[in-house]
Design a protein around this ligand. Structure first.
Ligand code: DGP
Length: 114
């Protein structure tokens, strides 16, 4: 997607503070952190929202979730705990139209988030 900021980050056209990368996913620190640890986990291929997930592209998400324990361990939050959140659409205040999962940690995270 030509004008997608996360596609540009995935291609290295816009710099990011990377935590993990492989051929399918990229993990980088959020520019507006809401917690002492706040990273974004994205598929490298452009998928706009969770509504676009289907049998043909869901493999990247199983890969992503297989990698989350390793990412949490790298960040030093596997024992203390963390929250994974994905905002989909207007009511959830999704601001970047490229599916991403927030990993938040290292503070007490209230629930429900409000
Ligand atoms: P959401 O509201 O769920 O769509 O979250 C989008 C997040 O993306 C938000 O927490 C800020 C972050 N973000 C937006 N632009 C950039 C950027 O250029 N670099 C980085 N590292 N994060 C960004």
């Amino acid at each position: 997607m030509k004008d997608c900021i996360f596609c540009k980050i995935a291609k290295g056209e816009i710099p990011s503070d990377k935590v993990y990368e492989d051929d399918k996913i990229l993990v980088f620190h959020d520019i507006e952190p809401e917690a002492p640890v706040h990273v974004l986990i994205i598929p490298k291929t452009h998928i706009s929202t969770l509504n676009e997930v289907n049998e043909g592209n869901s493999g990247v998400f199983s890969h992503m979730f297989e990698k989350i324990p390793e990412i949490a361990n790298t960040l030093g939050v596997d024992s203390s705990g963390y929250r994974i959140v994905s905002n989909c659409g207007k009511d959830a205040l999704q601001s970047v139209d490229h599916v991403h999962f927030h990993l938040l940690a290292k503070r007490s995270l209230k629930w429900p988030p409000g």
